[in-house]
Design a protein around this ligand. Structure first.
Ligand code: HEC
Ligand code: HEC
Ligand code: HEC
Ligand code: HEC
Ligand code: HEC
Ligand code: HEC
Ligand code: HEC
Ligand code: HEC
Ligand code: HEC
Length: 422
């Protein structure tokens, strides 16, 4: 008797665990069974794709989006309007179909309490949403970005919205000039992005910290929720540049001229890694507004910034060569290298200080950098001088040791000769 109890418990628990799966099998069987047997590629494909779909894993069948009766094996009954079957949804209906569940807090909570339920509300603030609800069938709706039957969790690397895949998802429309022909909009965003410092960092170096399209444009809304205007989106990651810019007089000048904060000098999609060349005279980024006749102070400040950053850069290069030489000679360079690195940080900081538009602030930072560079220089010289001194010392001691050996040898011979003569 005693042995029966655990066996019964085991059987009951196993049955309970199997029950939900048995249910989900039942629920999709009608649609999936028939569709997976059909030869027509378009009609069969969804069943294959749906295997990896998050909704399949959550035991939500085809009916969740298409309606119909999943328990019937009869084509007409299963797909009858009477059972709510809607066929292939029209693009302008899709946002409502998805948000029937995704905007329902009670329903969604029973699956994943952490999942946001604001996608539809946000989508309706974007150009995509505004145009979709006005009847435009070509703008992106939920299924254009998430696919229809291979929808995966946001953190699944195979998801069409995962950082590495997302630029390609947007480009399917935005880089297609035939598809976008009816709109007065460029189709170069993806090409520009791909060769930008951000695109290379994300797509080639696989640096997940670099922005994909949605980091600047928002997942569903017009802009990411943290920023008021896309003009300021760069500040999400480049906070110091943004603070300097915001606190400068130029913040107002740019607003008055209706020129965007960062894009004016760095572009939006083709953001390049800048050098001091962009502070060079009439070809500088400052020359977009300043010229030597009416507002020379801008170009003069740019010139001063360029010279002071360049001079710090030159001393850093010179000192680095000395440190490398010391390193090759096996000298202990760690401390001097640390000071050099601090000086290097000042060079980056000076470039960030450019965004104050205040020459004094930039030269203030480069002066600190030059001071540190000169300390590292002195330390490098000391190391090398010490090395020369030790080499010379070594030569002298080798000479004296040799001399001593010679004297000892002579003395030994003398003693030998004396012993033989005895
Ligand atoms: C007995 C077979 C069978 C069953 C069961 C079945 N289908 Fe179909 N389904 C078909 C065939 C055949 C077509 C293509 C012919 C057509 O358009 O009617 C089709 C077409 C479709 C289409 C495309 C309609 C269009 O207008 O192009 C959708 C969507 C669809 N089925 C969904 C479902 C769903 C959801 C279920 C379950 C509730 C289901 N089907 C059950 C055979 C079936
Ligand atoms: C999460 C919502 C959703 C679920 C679940 C879903 N579909 Fe679809 N289905 C769509 C959408 C949206 C379309 C419209 C076409 C598109 O955007 O690709 C579609 C289109 C179709 C089509 C037309 C051919 C095509 O690919 O465009 C068929 C057939 C179809 N679905 C069958 C199914 C079957 C069978 C299942 C279950 C295995 C299923 N769908 C589950 C959303 C869904
Ligand atoms: C323009 C492309 C695009 C459209 C249109 C779109 N999404 Fe998204 N969606 C995304 C991106 C990008 C993410 C975030 C992926 C990540 O976090 O890596 C996302 C995330 C999600 C998530 C995960 C939770 C979250 O909010 O981060 C859900 C659920 C979702 N979308 C549903 C929807 C629904 C429902 C619609 C239609 C009302 C929709 N999406 C329209 C691109 C889109
Ligand atoms: C029948 C209800 C229902 C419909 C309709 C529906 N979903 Fe979902 N969806 C869910 C549920 C529930 C989950 C959460 C599953 C889980 O995490 O266990 C989910 C998960 C998701 C996720 C993954 C979220 C994450 O965890 O990152 C995305 C993306 C998504 N759905 C997009 C869509 C899109 C796009 C549509 C319309 C084409 C759609 N859903 C239609 C119920 C639905
Ligand atoms: C299904 C095709 C499609 C997909 C996918 C798509 N878009 Fe769009 N998008 C459009 C169309 C069409 C417009 C309308 C063009 C216009 O505004 O004139 C548009 C408009 C926009 C606009 C507004 C442009 C303006 O007028 O200022 C932005 C920004 C945008 N999309 C970004 C994105 C991003 C980012 C993604 C990917 C996360 C994406 N789109 C995915 C088709 C698409
Ligand atoms: C580093 C931030 C950033 C990234 C990444 C980014 N964009 Fe943009 N995008 C912007 C800014 C800023 C604008 C200008 C908006 C304005 O002035 O209204 C813009 C404008 C646009 C527009 C409007 C038309 C145009 O060209 O001015 C579209 C469409 C667009 N982006 C699509 C994309 C797509 C697709 C991707 C990914 C391949 C992408 N963007 C990546 C910041 C970004
Ligand atoms: C999601 C975070 C993020 C956003 C948003 C972002 N960036 Fe970046 N940015 C980065 C990262 C990460 C790098 C470093 C890439 C690398 O590895 O070279 C970078 C590099 C840069 C560089 C090159 C720096 C250098 O020293 O070479 C510039 C310039 C730049 N970004 C400007 C911008 C501008 C302008 C915008 C807005 C239009 C912007 N960024 C938006 C993360 C971001
Ligand atoms: C008036 C032109 C101008 C504007 C506007 C501007 N920058 Fe710069 N930016 C520069 C110059 C000049 C440099 C320094 C180039 C060098 O010496 O390498 C630079 C360098 C950078 C760098 C690389 C150095 C560093 O600080 O890490 C980043 C990142 C950057 N800018 C981001 C931004 C952001 C974000 C904004 C908007 C708040 C912005 N920039 C606005 C001209 C500008
Ligand atoms: C979007 C246009 C614009 C750009 C780009 C621009 N400036 Fe200016 N700048 C102005 C305006 C407007 C004034 C004030 C009117 C005047 O004196 O001409 C000004 C004034 C100045 C002044 C005088 C002191 C002050 O703050 O009023 C300096 C210095 C200056 N700019 C430096 C720069 C430097 C350096 C750059 C490039 C890194 C630059 N500016 C880029 C518009 C611009």
């Amino acid at each position: 008797m005693k042995i029966l109890f655990p066996i019964i418990l085991y059987l009951v628990v196993s049955l309970l665990l199997l029950a939900p799966c048995a249910l989900c099998q039942d629920e999709v069987s009608g649609c999936v069974n028939c569709h997976s047997e059909l030869d027509d590629g378009d009609i069969e494909a969804p069943t294959e794709l749906f295997k990896n779909d998050i909704h399949n894993q959550a035991a939500l069948g085809c009916v969740g989006c298409h309606g119909g009766d999943p328990t019937s094996d009869d084509e007409d009954l299963a797909m009858s309007e009477a059972t709510g079957f809607i066929g292939v949804p029209d693009p302008t209906d899709i946002p409502k179909i998805c948000s029937k569940c995704h905007s329902d807090p009670v329903f969604m909570k029973s699956f994943d309490p952490g999942l946001a339920i604001d996608q539809y509300a946000k989508y309706m603030t974007s150009i995509h949403g505004i145009r979709n609800s006005a009847g435009d069938t070509k703008v992106a709706q939920c299924a254009s970005c998430h696919r229809a039957h291979d929808i995966r969790k946001a953190n699944d690397p195979k998801s069409s919205t995962y950082a590495f895949n997302l630029p390609g998802t947007c480009a399917a429309c935005h880089a297609n000039n035939v598809y976008m022909a009816g709109y007065d909009i460029a189709t170069d965003q993806h090409t520009d992005y791909e060769r930008s410092v951000h695109g290379i960092a994300l797509l080639e170096k696989r640096d997940i910290g670099a922005p994909a399209c949605n980091d600047c444009h928002g997942n569903h809304g017009a802009v990411p929720p943290e920023v008021g205007s896309i003009d300021k989106v760069c500040g999400l990651c480049h906070a110091n540049n943004m603070t300097n810019f915001d606190q400068s007089t130029h913040n107002e000048y740019f607003d008055a001229l209706e020129m965007p904060a960062c894009e004016t000098c760095h572009s939006n999609h083709y953001v390049d890694s800048p050098s001091t060349d962009i502070l060079d005279g009439e070809t500088s980024v400052c020359a977009q507004c300043h010229n030597s006749d009416e507002s020379p102070e801008g170009l003069e400040a740019a010139d001063g910034m360029r010279k002071s950053i360049d001079s710090l850069n030159t001393s850093l290069t010179v000192v680095k060569e000395k440190l490398d030489e010391s390193d090759r000679k096996g000298l202990f360079v760690t401390n001097a290298l640390f000071t050099w690195q601090e000086a290097r940080q000042k060079e980056f900081a000076a470039k960030t200080a450019v965004h104050t538009f205040d020459l004094g602030k930039v030269t203030g930072v480069t002066a600190e950098g030059l001071e540190l560079a000169s300390q590292a220089d002195v330390a490098a010289d000391d190391l090398l001088a010490g090395y020369v001194f030790r080499r010379a010392g070594l030569a002298v001691s080798v000479f004296f040791l040799g001399l001593l050996a010679l004297l000892l040898w002579l003395k030994a011979r003398q003693i030998d000769a004396r012993q033989q003569s005895l």
